[in-house]
Unconditional design. Structure first.
Length: 141
């Protein structure tokens, strides 16, 4: 008797923790271009951004572009200090942690430690940011 191939099952790919953690590096690379549109391209059109250096919540592409245009004037470079990734489903994941931004401000270099959370959704094969929260740490390390 020959074996039959069961075509009724779908194999679902679940991303590795490292794949999700690497998304911060891709976001940071977009930030380093100095082009706020490249950063905004990583967000869904209706994403929510609670930014590090602004009190204004951004809830659309125009607001996200506006924030990053201002933020990029500081030539930010982010480095992850701690990352905690949770894969919720094959198309949803969260990366929360602590990062350090190096900024050029007032003729000098400044370091800002911040906590962050990125909520990702995989849409048409691409990981997109649906929610991003970042805030400066209230206590200096």
């Amino acid at each position: 008797m020959s074996e039959l191939l069961d075509t009724t099952r779908t194999i679902t790919y679940w991303p590795a923790v490292g794949e999700i953690a690497a998304l911060y590096g891709e976001w940071n690379a977009a930030l380093a271009t100095g082009d706020p549109h490249k950063v905004a391209d990583r967000y869904t059109p209706d994403a929510v951004l609670l930014p590090t250096l602004s009190n204004e919540v951004r809830t659309d592409r125009a607001g996200i572009v506006d924030y990053f245009a201002r933020f990029q004037e500081l030539r930010p470079l982010g480095v992850v200090l701690k990352s905690y990734v949770r894969v919720l489903r094959s198309t949803e994941a969260i990366d929360s942690g602590i990062c350090r931004f190096t900024l050029k401000r007032n003729g000098g270099t400044e370091h800002v430690d911040a906590r962050y959370t990125f909520v990702y959704e995989k849409i048409d094969g691409r990981w997109m940011i649906v929610t991003h929260h970042s805030s400066e740490l209230p206590e200096k390390a």
